[in-house]
Design a binder for this molecule. Structure first.
Ligand code: ATP
Ligand SMILES: O=c1ccn([C@@H]2O[C@H](COP(=O)(O)O)[C@@H](O)[C@H]2O)c(=O)[nH]1
Length: 290
């Protein structure tokens, strides 16, 4: 499958910008372990740029690569690159902060404090899935198996639960905790929620596996969670490393990621977390006043 997009039209007549964009795209695809750029833009005049993508990845790429490329060509120095359409939804759309990090990194703990101090609405994708699992719905058993195995539930299920919760709440500032977990989640979100929601930031809690494992085993003594045991924890770590890392890379390239060291005591992590939310809010206020 070849992917062709608006990039070529926007870059027509701007070979320098195209070459930079091409090497950026190729570098990123390479470092994510995906196939590299098939036809680098070396011609004097660039009318079209083609990326070859294996069929199993085609749907993912179609949904989110174009928006990534849009971000790329907006960077300063990309001479002549013009957007044909807005890269981000209107500012009026409800804002979402994705909260990511390995299992046990402290996402839920910090989110609870953000809710209390800053008034955000906290939606944990894992909590929504656990609630759906016990609701007696037909898909409950399927969700149960995925969670136990540390695998990622099909995106249609998760995005529907998230969007239903967002719409039911009607708020303007949401913390979406533990999502998107893989590139399929990302494309599903962009397809179903992309135009209605604004991803304002991605907050990542960084923590080594040994520390997270200790926390989860301790939590497992009382949590009642079917995946807080040594075997499931190992699988969850592997899923995070293999599937969530490319999502983090994607948002890093968009300049949306803030990483906080989650290894420290809760209060120290919180000091950085609340400072981050304050700076996010200050940025919004400045934009509103401008
Ligand atoms: N900074 C910290 N220091 C020590 N323990 C912590 C810290 N943050 C959270 N914990 C504890 O570690 C466990 C996991 O924390 P938490 O549930 O917030 O993580 P999480 O990232 O949301 O996990 P999961 O992805 O598995 O839901 C909890 O028992 C929590 O009390
Ligand atoms: O977007 C998501 C979020 C979670 N899952 C599944 O749930 C478990 C538990 O998630 P926590 O964030 O630790 O509560 C996770 O291991 C996945 O199996 C999911 O599929 N998609």
């Amino acid at each position: 499958m070849s992917w062709r997009g608006a990039l070529s039209r926007r870059l027509a007549g701007s070979p320098r910008a195209a070459a930079i964009a091409a090497s950026g795209v190729a570098g990123w695809l390479g470092c994510a372990g995906y196939p590299t750029l098939a036809e680098p833009a070396s011609a004097k005049r660039v009318d079209e740029l083609t990326l070859r993508v294996p069929p199993r990845l085609a749907a993912d790429f179609e949904a989110w690569l174009p928006s990534y490329v849009k971000q790329l060509v907006e960077l300063p120095g990309f001479l002549g690159a013009k957007l044909l359409s807005a890269a981000t939804p209107a500012d009026e759309a409800p804002a979402v902060v994705f909260v990511l990090g390995g299992p046990g990194a402290g996402k839920g703990t910090q989110c609870a404090r953000i809710v209390e101090k800053h008034g955000y609405v906290h939606l944990s994708a894992g909590d929504l899935l656990r609630a759906e699992r016990t609701s007696g719905s037909a898909q409950g058993q399927m969700i149960d198996e995925y969670i136990r195995e540390g695998k990622i539930v099909p995106v249609e299920v998760t995005v529907k639960l998230l969007l239903d919760a967002i719409r039911a709440d009607g708020g303007r500032r949401f913390l979406v905790d533990g999502f998107p977990r893989n590139t399929n989640n990302l494309s599903g979100w962009q397809g179903q929620a992309g135009s209605a929601m604004r991803v304002a930031a991605v907050l990542v809690f960084d923590c080594p596996e040994e520390v997270m494992e200790e926390r989860l085993l301790e939590r497992g003594k009382t949590s009642g969670r079917s995946d807080d045991n040594a075997a499931s924890i190992r699988k969850r770590f592997a899923t995070f490393r293999d599937e969530t890392t490319p999502v983090l890379k994607y948002y890093e390239h968009q300049g949306l990621v803030t990483t906080i060291d989650g290894t420290r005591p809760v209060d120290e992590v919180w000091a950085d977390t609340t400072a981050f939310i304050d700076s996010l809010e200050a940025g919004w206020r400045r934009r509103e006043e401008a």
